[in-house]
Design a protein around this ligand. Sequence first.
Ligand SMILES: [Zn+2]
Ligand SMILES: [Zn+2]
Length: 58
Amino acid sequence: MHYICSICKSGLDEDHIIICEGCDRGFHSNCHDPVVKLETLNEDEPWNCKSCQLEAQL
Ligand SMILES: [Zn+2]
Ligand SMILES: [Zn+2]
C-alpha cells in the first residue's frame, strides 16, 4: 500500500509517514500538528491523528 501525506500531498519520505488508525490517512510525522516523534511510536500500537484523537474525546 502506498500512502501519501494528507497535509502536503506528498508521498516522499514514506518512511516518515504514519497512518492514522481512525481515518486511514497518512501524515508525515513532521507535517502533523503537533509534530509526532517517531521514536515515541510503537509499531504494535495504533496511532490516531489529532482530529481522530479529538473525536475520541467527545
Ligand atoms: Zn507531509
Ligand atoms: Zn485520523
